[in-house]
Ligand binder design. Structure first.
Ligand code: G3I
Length: 364
């Protein structure tokens, strides 16, 4: 009998140790917002195993970093490339994650054919509208019931509050935004629909988006939330100006999302002078190729904590916080403004270790 009791105790102890879950970001923030990451081809295809492990352990939302962009998914008229986007959606469904489609209308990474006729002339408004409707309807019909929400229009407004003079704007004027939202709602009435942009702390851009949101609402069109991308640096934006915009957007009655959060840990370099080829400039642009020194790391963690505390403070308004990548090695900032530099902007480092500022949220 004693041997049986001892065996039972060992099994029970093992059960305790195996069931003791390590704390995760998605659990730490489950009362506040979903916590997401942009995922790339290597993660979608399961080739970045440590990235996928980190992703499925800590995140409950994913967004396509590139595979759903126009030039990738719709490279020519009547030509669709769904292979990677299908795998992206399947990954999210399989892992029971909130799936975000990025992005249906964007001035960048749009295949040129979209805007020109076979004579190389700009297409008429009617032709472009038909192409936008076809693009949006085809994608949203395909992923109906799987993709939770879409960045319907991305980066439409510039710093002074005027419309970016994209070809969407040149051909359709301001109407391209409500038109895109109308097509999206018709294509999938159950999907959430979003505006999305960077530099949302800038008053001009903020004020125009408030107007656009109110106009969409006045037209009876669906808009669920606005994405503040949240690409930050060591000296921009201030928490106060970011909060002011967050509250202005929430004041329209829609939710706010932080959709592409990263923070450069390198000194912000003025891109004005075109001196990218000088050695001195190169050194300035890539000051920490072998690791981030303690001092900038402490400043970076402090600023990231300040912003995460802001998001938690307003978690009644903030429905999602998404990082624009999983680990520092993934970040687009390793190649911007110059290729091949070493950046430290994300929530996990190159060894997939969590950045220190997050620890306190896990142990609360
Ligand atoms: O996939 C090709 C590869 O086959 C080819 O060998 C390589 C050659 O350069 O290019 C690869 O495509 C690159 C793609 O990223 C995938 O790595 C494109 O050139 C490159 O332009 C593209 O950059 C993306 C950028 O958007 C432009 O689409 C970044 O990864 C992505 O992080 C960035 O994300 C944007 C958001 O969509 C919108 N908000 C701003 C944010 C940062 O720019």
């Amino acid at each position: 009998m004693k041997r049986f009791l001892l065996a039972a105790a060992v099994v029970a102890a093992a059960a305790c140790t195996t069931t003791k879950q390590e704390p995760t970001l998605k659990d730490a923030f489950k009362e506040n917002f979903t916590i997401g990451a942009a995922i790339n081809e290597w993660q979608i295809r399961g080739l970045d195993t440590l990235g996928v492990q980190t992703l499925t352990k800590h995140f409950n939302s994913i967004v396509a970093e590139n595979c759903m962009k126009h030039e990738e998914i719709h490279p020519a008229e009547g030509v669709w490339n769904f292979e990677l986007a299908d795998k992206f959606v399947e990954f999210g469904v399989h892992n029971n994650m909130e799936i975000i489609g990025h992005c249906l209308v964007w001035h960048s990474q749009t295949a040129p054919w979209y805007f020109f006729d076979d004579k190389g002339q700009l297409v008429t408004p009617e032709v472009l509208k038909a192409r936008i409707k076809d693009h949006i309807t085809t994608i949203m019909t395909r992923y109906k019931g799987k993709i939770h929400g879409y960045d319907v229009v991305n980066e439409a407004i510039v710093e002074d509050g005027s419309y970016r003079k994209s070809l969407f704007y040149q051909i359709l004027g301001e109407e391209f935004i409500p038109f895109a939202f109308e097509c999206a709602r018709e294509a999938d009435p159950d999907a959430e629909l979003y505006l999305n942009d960077y530099g949302m702390n800038v008053p001009g851009r903020r004020d125009t988006y408030v107007k656009i949101i109110k106009d969409l609402q006045a037209r009876g069109l669906r808009i669920d939330a606005i994405g503040m991308q949240g690409h930050m640096g060591m000296d921009y934006p201030t928490v106060e100006e970011f909060e002011e915009s967050l509250l202005a957007f929430a004041g329209t009655g829609i939710k706010v999302m932080i959709t592409e959060w990263d923070m450069s840990a390198l000194p912000t370099v003025n891109m004005g002078a075109n001196v990218a080829d000088t050695e001195e400039y190169q050194a300035k642009l890539n000051p920490y190729p072998d690791g981030l020194p303690e001092e900038p790391a402490a400043i970076w963690n402090g600023r990231m904590k300040d912003f995460m505390d802001l998001f938690i403070k307003h978690s009644d308004k903030v429905q999602r916080v998404t990082a624009w990548g999983i680990s520092d090695r993934d970040s687009w900032k390793n190649n911007w403004p110059v290729r091949g530099r070493t950046e430290y902007p994300l929530l996990f480092d190159r060894d997939y270790e969590m950045k220190p500022f997050l620890n306190e949220y896990l142990t609360k």
